[in-house]
Design a protein around this ligand. Structure first.
Ligand code: AMP
Ligand code: MG
Length: 421
């Protein structure tokens, strides 16, 4: 830690930008069932195998007919019926119409569909249907290929798959699609005072909550979770476990990165070849926050990323939670080729004042609500950055700029949504 560039604290926005600059897209491609592929970046071109719609399709329940046949009056003889999925569609002699259902093939002889509500109805007593308001020729027919032509490219380049893209993939006959895989994210909790949930809790110990919150965040980020376990504040055990974690695309370590005598994580990482990019950020919670990069040897094998991004987040549960959200998520978004890796910054009005220390950006857990003309942010009262119970229900993080005084009720402040994958 003799390099001064790693010890001077960065501003919060600069720290996030630094992470983004060092992040890179992943190169592993996986083939997924389309139902699981939303949120991933496609890794192949997909072309329509049929026209959409594949035939001239009735867009309304009604009657199909030849528009020219109305020349002798708005009244046609009912000659049959065609339902969705039925082929071949019936032929029409001059002066005839057929009942047609939405989605049915329009008979070859017909050129117009009139909605049933604009007629005397489906059960004519004399076998003739009268039209009250005949629409123009061609009405209520979706022509073959109107939406998409067979052979046309289906996916938008550079965008993540949405539910409607998945629907479109199904419409062009695809069950599976190749996508860019999410990052492998290894994570560990450090602290000799920690015990796993389910194990006995001796005096002086607390439960390891961070590893499980991180696990949830990794999965929400479409990452592959690799839990390295609970690590004691003991150099050899730390080094061995963190070495395993460096095989992942991203390594996240909770705890052990501050100034305490037993904060052994930065030293262990450096011994493992991690170049520390920054160690301190002017933000609370999360002033000690470590970001480093371990370049990998060229021989690391197919699909291995060129580097592992390493995040050391302070062990207080809110610091870890926010740190993942603000630094690790953007890196994971870059990895999976998200078109907007930095989560958008919105603006809201605080409905209560909050206290902040000068010289640091303050991250404040809030509940957000749309109030007709803007967002209202209700800051959650916590007893500090260990208070995981105090942030239940938080869905936003207000970001009070470094230079700002403690903002009072009514102040407009920037915020980000919490847990935006
Ligand atoms: P550290 O960053 O290791 O100095 O930890 C700061 C505080 O967070 C200490 O009070 C720890 O006991 C607590 N803490 C550290 N790791 C965890 C964890 N995995 N789960 C819950 N609390 C933790
Ligand atoms: Mg600790």
């Amino acid at each position: 830690m003799d390099d001064t560039s790693t010890s001077a604290p960065l501003g919060f926005a600069e720290a996030v930008q630094t992470v983004l600059r060092r992040s890179g897209p992943g190169s592993r491609i996986v083939e997924l069932d389309i139902a699981r592929a939303a949120g991933f970046a496609p890794a192949e071109e997909v072309f329509a195998d049929v026209d959409l719609p594949p035939f001239d399709r009735a867009a309304m329940d009604g009657f199909a007919y030849r528009h020219a046949d109305l020349a002798r009056g708005p009244r046609l003889r009912l000659a049959g019926r065609v339902a969705a999925g039925e082929t071949p569609a019936p032929r029409l002699a001059p002066g005839e119409c057929v009942k047609i259902m939405t989605g049915a093939v329009v008979p070859e002889d017909a050129d117009t569909v009139i909605p049933v509500e604009d007629t005397t109805g489906y059960q004519p007593r004399d076998g003739f249907v009268a039209f009250h308001r005949p629409p123009p020729r061609g009405a209520n027919i979706a022509p073959r290929g109107e939406d998409l032509r067979a052979g046309a490219a289906v996916l938008r380049p550079g965008a993540l798959l949405t539910a409607q893209d998945i629907g479109l993939l199904a419409a062009v006959g695809r069950r599976r699609v190749r996508v860019h895989d999410g990052p492998r994210i290894a994570f560990a909790a450090t602290g000799s005072e920690l015990r796993e949930p389910g194990d006995p809790l001796p005096a002086g110990c607390i439960r390891n909550s961070n590893a499980y919150a991180l696990w949830a965040q990794v999965l929400a980020a479409r990452g592959h979770a690799e839990y390295l376990g609970l690590l004691p504040d003991e150099p050899d055990a730390l080094r061995a476990a963190l070495a395993r974690g460096l095989a992942a695309d991203i390594l996240v370590v909770s705890g052990g990165i501050s100034m305490g005598e037993l904060d052994l994580v930065p030293g262990a990482l450096e011994e493992l070849g991690v170049k520390i990019v920054f160690r301190w950020v002017r933000v609370r919670p999360g002033r000690p926050t470590l970001f480093g990069v371990r370049e990998r040897e060229a021989a690391a094998g197919p699909g291995a990323s060129a580097r592992t991004l390493v995040f050391g987040l302070p062990g207080n549960p809110l610091s870890t939670l926010f740190g993942f959200d603000q630094y690790v998520l953007p890196a994971a978004r870059v990895f999976r080729r998200h078109p907007r890796p930095a989560a958008p910054i919105l603006e809201g009005r605080l409905d209560a004042g909050v206290r902040k220390k000068p010289g640091n950006t303050a991250l404040i857990a809030c509940r957000s609500e749309w109030a007709g003309s803007g967002f209202v942010l209700s800051p959650l009262v916590t007893h500090g950055s260990a208070d995981i119970a105090g942030v239940r229900g938080a869905d936003a993080i207000a970001i009070i700029p470094e230079e700002a005084e403690s903002p009072g009720a009514g102040t407009r402040v920037p915020f980000r949504r919490l847990h935006q994958p």
